[in-house]
Write a protein of this length. Structure first.
Length: 128
């Protein structure tokens, strides 16, 4: 059962990294493209968008790299908390905009996944 839990958690970590990394990289590297695809991008200053994108990229890397390399695995929950905080702030931002119903579904789902991940890790008392 522990092996199955561990496999599931690694799968969720990888999935989150695969979702977050490309989206954040697109926003960071292709501002005009992101502005056309995501209406909210035009509503925030470019410097803030770059900060958010870099934080998400580092968080996505932090979800998987420490566990894969066995170097500083205590950074995994730090990355998860940081990404969770970004999602909470995104939730607040998006609920104040006209695209509210879609924002509620996406942000709430990611927040639940991250919270579950942290709680499972704390319950097991493992860093890997």
């Amino acid at each position: 059962m522990v092996a199955l839990d561990n496999t599931l958690l690694w799968g969720l970590q990888a999935l989150l990294a695969l979702i977050l990394f490309p989206a954040a990289a697109t926003r960071a590297l292709s501002y005009e493209f992101a502005k056309k695809r995501m209406a909210w991008v035009a509503a925030v200053p470019r410097s803030l968008l770059l900060f958010i994108s870099v934080a998400e990229i580092l968080g996505a890397i932090g979800l998987v790299l420490p566990g894969l390399t066995h170097v500083a695995p205590q950074l995994i929950p730090v990355a998860a908390v940081g990404l969770g905080l970004i999602q909470v702030l995104a939730f607040v931002f998006h609920t104040s905009r006209p695209s509210r119903p879609r924002a509620l579904r996406g942000s709430a789902w990611l927040a639940r996944v991250r919270r579950r991940r942290m709680m499972d890790r704390q319950r097991r008392g493992t860093a890997r």
